[in-house]
Design a binder for this molecule. Structure first.
Ligand code: ATP
Ligand code: MG
Length: 507
């Protein structure tokens, strides 16, 4: 169902009606404001920033631990480079000045070399505080490296640790005692840089993702919903049918479906309009026809006074037929006001009703078509006489019309009406030996204006019969049809249960 259009700030609906839809029609400003602030694209922007930041944190954790190891290794390497002189010339102590330079270069309090169980002090500064951690590079597990790195980052700054690692130029091990403030400061500055780079990367990525999604998804959705607003205000305007952009993705499919939905809706509206106009025309014609029939009724009434025996026999039938026609015109006018009379259900003898159908048809029925009323004379049904009469008459007239067109091949065409009753329902069969119902007519047989397959037919007869039988709470079906003939079956509930005011099946 189409939604009610949104109203703008001024209380008026957005001014979209006259603009062509689906193309490059400018979109109302409030759609953009809304979509960026609260809409899909704004949310996507925030989500992308969050996701990129999460990815950066996941990368940061191992990289800060790695940074710490590299930093420590660099300091061990510096100490090793200085120790080469010492190892060449063992036993000679470095001068106090050289020791000071070595301690500064390695940001250490002590530098020593261990060979086996012998540790030789190379340089020593002020006495170090108690050592809180021993770090042996090259022997640390990944998890303990991570733990140790975050411990330095979060709680360090005033602690002293002892770090050792194998020398690259020999069997010995080089050892440093350091205050952790230098390491921690380096790690903090590294973290700050990573955070800044992450922010920049996430903003650039989010911006690109936002632009791509806005262009590919959000903008087409805004255009579709704007078209829906415009179309719902003027569904009959053909210029407002959405013009798909020809994309072959899900949005393109939605566009094509919307467009065909709107076209179908417009076709239905046109048909409804057409039927409404037709109804009005019928009512007008009917109105004047009723007056003409009233005059015909008066003339035919006078015929009953003529002494001629043929006139005496036919005049009452003529009066009754015209009377019935007047009643129909009256009920058609009432239908135009949607106040169809509810069925007046009473017990009637079906045989008599079928007999009256036969008499009415006798004028139009060619002589070679045999008429047979096979309804048991005592069979009573609960029905509205006039309505059931019309339903049966329409079915019988169709059969006669189909058979009169048949080539006379020696077989006598026959129309037979039979009925059977059970305590629950009565079944009436109208069987002919006509040519059968043509295929195209069979598909929409009971739909007004759509079931006709003969020249001059309006396609209303069966729709009316359907409506009248359904008004009795019954049903009408085509039982069989073929070159041997057709059988229509009417089923009526025995007690008239389920009867309702008839309504014509919609085309
Ligand atoms: N007994 C039948 N034998 C063969 N064809 C039939 C029979 N009953 C109906 N039809 C076919 O079904 C079509 C629909 O019938 P329907 O009574 O609804 O409309 P119609 O007879 O064409 O027009 P009208 O509104 O004047 O009755 C007919 O045009 C006819 O082709
Ligand atoms: Mg008909």
């Amino acid at each position: 169902m189409l939604e009610k259009p949104q109203t703008g700030e001024s209380g008026k609906p957005p001014q979209l009606a006259a603009k062509p839809a689906g193309d490059v029609a400018p979109l109302p400003e409030h759609y953009f404001r809304q979509s960026v602030a609260r809409g899909l694209s704004g949310r996507l922007l925030v989500l992308t920033v969050i996701f990129v930041m999460i990815a950066e944190v996941l990368i940061f954790v191992p990289s800060v631990a790695n940074f710490r190891n590299v930093w420590l290794q660099n300091h061990l390497d510096t100490a090793e480079a200085a120790s080469i002189v010492y190892l060449d010339d063992s036993g000679i102590m470095l001068s106090p000045e050289a020791q000071e330079h070595l301690l500064m270069a390695t940001q250490s309090l002590q530098v020593s070399i261990r060979e086996g169980s012998v540790s030789r002090l190379m340089a020593s500064g002020p006495a170090p505080g108690p050592v809180t951690e021993h770090i042996s590079l090259g022997r640390m597990q990944p998890m303990s490296t991570l733990r140790s790195a975050f411990s330095t980052l979060l709680f360090g700054g005033e602690r002293v640790y002892h770090v050792s690692g194998p020398m690259k130029s020999g069997e010995a091990t080089i050892e440093l005692v350091q205050e952790d403030k230098y390491l921690r400061n380096a790690m903090l500055s590294y973290s700050r840089n990573i955070l800044l780079i992450s922010l920049v990367i996430s903003l650039i990525t989010a911006g690109l993702v936002f632009l791509a999604l806005y262009w590919l998804i959000v903008r087409p959705i805004i255009r579709i919903s704007s078209n829906m607003d415009a179309f719902s205000q003027h569904p009959e305007d053909a210029a407002l049918v959405y013009r798909p952009t020809g994309r072959n993705d899900e949005i393109g499919i939605a566009e094509a479906r919307l467009s065909s939905l709107q076209k179908d809706l417009q076709a239905t509206l046109r048909q409804k309009q057409h039927l409404a106009e037709l109804g009005l025309a019928v009512s007008k014609i009917n109105h004047d026809l009723r007056n003409i029939l009233a005059s015909a009724y008066l003339f035919s009434d006078r015929l009953t006074g003529v002494a001629d025996p043929t006139v005496q026999r036919l005049a009452p039938k003529l009066v009754k037929t015209i009377d019935r026609a007047v009643e129909y015109t009256r009920s058609v006018l009432a239908y135009g006001k949607a106040v169809e009379r509810p069925p007046d259900l009473q017990k009637h003898r079906l045989h008599a009703l079928v007999e009256e159908v036969g008499e009415t048809l006798s004028v139009e029925k060619p002589d070679h078509v045999e008429w047979r009323n096979a309804v048991p004379e005592d069979l009573e049904i609960c029905c509205d006489w006039e309505n059931l009469f019309r339903a049966v008459l329409n079915l019988c007239r169709n059969a006669v019309q189909a058979m009169e067109a048949l080539p006379q091949d020696g077989r006598q065409p026959r129309l037979e009406i039979a009925a059977t009753a059970t305590p629950r329902e009565t079944t009436i069969r109208i069987a002919d030996t006509g040519p059968g119902i043509p295929g195209p007519a069979r598909e929409k047989l009971f739909t007004a204006f759509q079931g006709s397959a003969k020249a001059g037919g309006t396609g209303l007869g069966l729709a009316i019969a359907f409506e009248l039988v359904r008004g009795h709470g019954g049903s009408i079906e085509l039982e069989t049809t073929g070159p041997e003939g057709s059988v229509f079956r009417i089923t009526l509930p025995a007690d008239g249960n389920g009867a309702k005011t008839p309504a014509l099946p919609r085309p």
